[in-house]
Structures are given as C-alpha cells and as structure tokens.
Design a protein around this ligand. Structure first.
Ligand SMILES: Cc1cc2nc3c(=O)[nH]c(=O)nc-3n(C[C@H](O)[C@H](O)[C@H](O)COP(=O)(O)O)c2cc1C
Length: 386
C-alpha cells in the first residue's frame, strides 16, 4: 500500500489520506453566491476520494475580485457555504476555503473601484494601473482576512488557505517586481514579507485552535526580477514561526508568467474567443504568441525546489503542479513532502484518487491541453475532453 493512503495531521485537522484537491476557480458562484453546482462539485471531490477539497479563491473584500462569478466573503453566503461543508463531510472528506485578494489583478469593471497594490506598477496583463495601498488600506485588508476566516469557521470549514502565491495581492507584496515601496512594507525580504506576516497573524488568531491554517505560496515567481527560492525559504520560515499548519508549494505570477503555474499547451485561440474586452482580444490575437511565454510540462514540475525548501522547515508541506500518477506521488512522499495537491487531473476525472487506490500504475487522463483554464473566464469549470 502506498503512503498516499496513510492519514496525516495538519494542526487540528486529521486527513484520511495525502491528497488535496487544489484550489481551482470553479466559476460556479453567480453574483458571488454558493450555487447548487458548487456544492455538487465539492461533494463529488470528497466522494472521489480526496482527503481535503479546497473551494477556490473567495475574495476577502468585494474590491479584491478578479471575476464577477466569484465568491466574496460576507454574512449572506454563510448558509450556502455550510451546505457545501455538510455535503463534503457527509462523504468523509474535509473542506478548505481559499482566501485571497486580487490586488492589481482585480478587475475594476467588476469591483467599480481602483485596483489596489503595494506600488503603482502597471499590470500589463489586465492593463490596470493600481493605487498604492496606504496604512489604512493595508489594515483593512488584514482585518478582512480575519473576518473572512471567522465566517469560514462558522460555515464549518476545517481549514482556510491563504493565497500568498501566483501574483495575487500577498504575492505582489512579496515580489520585488511589484513591491517597490520604500516604507516598512518594501525593500529587503524582511520588509516585503511584513504584509504576509500581518495577514498570517490575523488569520491564525481568527481561526483559533479548531480550524487549520494552510498557506499557498510561490517557490519562485518564474522570471528574472521576481521572488526567487532563497527568499521563498525566508517566507516559508516566517509562516512556520507564525503558526501555519501546512504550506502548499507552487510558483508563477499571473500577470507575467501564468503558464509557469500551469505548464503545457497555451490555448491561445480559446482564450481570444473568451475575452470580452475588445482591446485585450485584439492584443492577444496579435501579440499573444509573443507575450505569453510557454513552459514545457513535466511531472511534478516544482519538485526539485520543494525538496530544497523541505530542508529548511519542519511543518507539513504539500506539492502542487503536474502530479499525474501514483509513481510520482510515491516519489514525492518518499522525499519527505507530506502531501500532494492536484487540480487538472481532478477536473478531468473527479474520482482519480479512487482509481489510484485500485490501480497502482494509474496515470492521469489530463493532457494538459489547458482548455479548462480558457473555459474559466466565461463558464462553469469543465474539462472539454471529459
Ligand atoms: C481552471 C483552473 C483554475 C485555477 N484557479 C486557481 C485558484 O483560484 N487559486 C489557486 O491558488 N490556484 C488556481 N489554479 C492553479 C491550481 O491550483 C494548481 O496550482 C495548478 O493547476 C497546477 O496543478 P495541476 O497540475 O494539478 O493542475 C487553477 C488551475 C486551473 C486549471
């Protein structure tokens, strides 16, 4: 029997096996609410065998949204979220809620407010010029993370996951590319991680002793001038000191290196077709191949860097990105990484974990064509090849 089917403990949370469904935007929250489709989706994940299913990226404030059909945290959705966690628990799984803020990736057409960021650095992907956050804006977002955690706890979540990677707001503070502040929140890594530390503290306090706090973070932003592994190790150490129960290790920066997060095919035509902003559509059509840098897919593509980080911290670690077979999972667990997280293999095949149990040589059916990523912009999450 593979170690993947052995239970594991993350702070207050006991998981039945070592597989997490990674946060992957479901597009099932019309007007920011919990739909029956979202409940069914996560019930299916628990039924399919994952130990912990992560509900993707709920924005901690309305101003942090990147999509209109995305959850944002408020009292009005607690009952709906409770229905979701009840459904997951009924199938023997545990539920986590990813909390984030888009920062300069937030879409002003949706939020009706200027995008916030550590510094006034243009987001070339969304063509947004953000507003640099002052002390008041910083403390409002820190408090919003705490309040969102309290709502998540009341809705029955077993864990919350702070989105501190992928070029969203927390990651923008950590990255020297987007954070050029000269105050206590910018400069060397000790200063750049201050915002993340304040959020970690507020979430840890709000979560109390019954809800696990997980952090998703970058090993590397994926371009010269971004966060590199040596600084990421400092960030991981800080999260450990401040009481994180586990880290999910990823990489990439949505506005610069989105395909470093995902790897594989870039479905440019599908992305152009799904773009509603005319200027962006034209830009993508004309220059897409030039500006969107592809990255070749290989299994467990962040594994080598995760092993280096493993040497530096003792808390439980999960690896995400290109986990596609039981052989790879065993290799990752053998190296002292405690868990694996998967997104696309479970979009393709929600009961992939059950198949891993039955078939030791099981290989995911995900290609990766990344058409699920293109679909994310305008429809509910689906694998067109399913
Ligand atoms: C359709 C889609 C939506 C995603 N949305 C999120 C998200 O909301 N938050 C997040 O942290 N990662 C998101 N991701 C990234 C995944 O969590 C994961 O890091 C990435 O897909 C690599 O893992 P995989 O090879 O198992 O798919 C998304 C991925 C996909 C495919």
């Amino acid at each position: 029997m593979s170690a993947v089917f052995e239970p594991v403990t993350l702070g207050p949370l006991r998981l039945r096996n070592r597989v997490i469904r990674a946060a992957a935007f479901e597009g099932m929250s019309p007007a920011g609410t919990v739909s029956p489709a979202l409940v069914d989706h996560h019930r299916a994940m628990a039924l399919g065998g994952v130990a912990l299913t992560t509900v993707a990226y709920a924005s901690v404030t309305p101003g942090g949204r990147t999509f209109g059909h995305q959850l944002w945290m408020r009292e009005a959705i607690v009952d709906g979220l409770r229905e979701l966690t009840d459904a997951v628990h009924a199938e023997g799984g545990a539920a986590s809620l990813q909390l984030g803020h888009g920062g300069y990736m937030a879409d002003p057409r949706i939020t009706k407010s200027p995008a916030l960021a550590p510094s006034r650095v243009m987001n070339l992907y969304g063509l947004t010029l953000p507003k640099a956050m002052d002390a008041v804006a910083i403390s409002e977002v820190v408090e919003a993370f705490a309040e969102s955690t309290r709502l998540a706890a009341r809705a029955g979540f077993d864990a919350v996951e702070i989105q501190a990677g992928h070029g969203y707001l927390v990651s923008q503070f950590l990255s020297p590319f987007t954070n050029v502040r000269r105050d206590d929140y910018g400069g060397d890594i000790d200063h750049r991680l201050r915002f993340a530390r304040e959020i970690m503290r507020s979430v840890r306090t709000a979560a109390g002793s019954k809800v696990a706090v997980i952090v998703k973070m970058n090993l590397r932003d994926g371009f010269a001038g971004g966060l590199e592994l040596d600084e990421a190790i400092e960030v991981a150490r800080m999260f450990e000191r401040e009481g994180a129960d586990a880290l999910v290790l990823s990489g990439g920066f949505s506005s610069r290196t989105p395909w470093y997060i995902l790897r594989g095919d870039v479905p440019l035509q599908a992305l152009v077709d799904g773009e509603t902003r005319l200027l962006h559509k034209l830009g993508m059509k004309l220059f897409g191949r030039v500006v969107v840098e592809p990255f070749a897919f290989e299994e467990a593509y962040f594994f080598a860097m995760a092993r280096q980080l493993r040497e530096a911290v003792a808390l439980p670690l999960a690896l995400v990105g290109g986990i596609r077979s039981r052989a790879t999972i065993d290799r990752v667990l053998d190296a002292g990484i405690d868990l694996v997280a998967m997104a696309r293999p479970l979009i393709r095949e929600p009961d992939f974990v059950r198949r891993l149990e039955r078939e030791p040589a099981a290989q995911s059916r995900c290609e990766p064509c990344n058409l699920c990523v293109a679909a994310m912009y305008h429809s509910e999450q689906r694998c067109p090849r399913r």
